[in-house]
Design a protein around this ligand. Structure first.
Ligand code: SF4
Ligand code: SF4
Length: 252
């Protein structure tokens, strides 16, 4: 929300703290930031990119790759407001208890990356950026919403009625890109099995519950790329069995 407010303020009040959009922005008008997936699509589309755009993408890759993991998804992406709203309503309506047997692979997000790059190279345009709900919501908050709001409503309904964390946890190609970028990042959740009482609150709240496959088995760092570093498991664990940890590559 803070970042969206800063983007909005740049347009509404001329503030320079953070201007542009999540695809391409600058901090204080000096430091460029670019979405690496958008940049990759532009390269496949045949665009000639400025040094600033490439530098901006390198800054983002460095930050999430070295430090933050998939923190973009949980702490920055504005679509969280839509999907968290759907999850909240699912819990209120007890939808999870009567969950239908809908299953789709979480790897679809990686196929979506490939598809976006193929379509970009054929069309000469950054294909996912045209339909991206992230871009639609980001631009909507800054400049006002148009027909693209329908896609956000569709994601809300999909996550509410069809599949828990359906968009972010299964389909979004930007989530897949950030999973690959942040797979070896330093900041990770670590499980301490000695303190664990097997209450399973962490698995209930986790948007990527498959990453907590060590619960009930062993003490281990959550190393799977899909973990979003959201910290929800840490918040709900009353037994101090989960906490953020700087990964030691010599002794995980
Ligand atoms: S919330 Fe904590 S105590 Fe409960 S299962 Fe998860 S790690 Fe164990
Ligand atoms: S709840 Fe914990 S394990 Fe699950 S995605 Fe968030 S930080 Fe990772």
């Amino acid at each position: 929300m803070t970042l969206l407010f800063l983007y909005f303020s740049a347009n509404a009040y001329g503030w320079k703290i953070l201007s542009g959009t999540l695809s391409s922005s600058s901090v204080f008008g000096v430091m460029p930031l670019s979405d690496p997936f958008a940049v990759l699509q532009m390269i496949f589309a045949g665009a000639v990119l400025s040094f600033d755009v490439i530098l901006g993408a390198m800054i983002i890759v460095f930050f999430y790759g070295v430090i933050g993991g998939r923190a973009f998804c949980s702490w920055v992406c504005p679509v969280n407001m839509v999907t968290d709203g759907a999850n909240w309503l699912r819990r209120k309506l007890y939808m999870d208890q009567i969950e239908k047997k809908v299953w789709i692979s979480r790897d679809i997000r990686y196929y979506m990356i490939v598809l976006a790059l193929i379509v970009s190279s054929i069309s000469g345009m950054a294909a996912f950026e045209i339909i991206s709900p992230i871009t639609i919501l980001n631009r909507g908050v800054i400049f006002g919403f148009g027909a693209g709001a329908g896609l956000l409503i569709a994601i809300f309904l999909f996550d509410l009625f069809v599949l828990r964390n359906g968009w972010c946890g299964h389909i979004c190609p930007l989530g897949g890109v950030h999973a690959m970028i942040g797979k070896y990042s330093l900041l990770r959740v670590k499980h301490n099995s000695e303190n664990c009482t097997l209450c399973m609150k962490c698995k209930d709240i986790c948007p990527e519950r498959q990453v907590l496959n060590m619960i009930g088995k062993r003490s281990e760092v959550v190393s799977m790329a899909a973990c979003t570093n959201c910290g929800r498991c840490v918040d709900v664990c009353d037994d101090d069995a989960l906490g953020f940890h700087i990964r030691n590559y010599l002794n995980l």
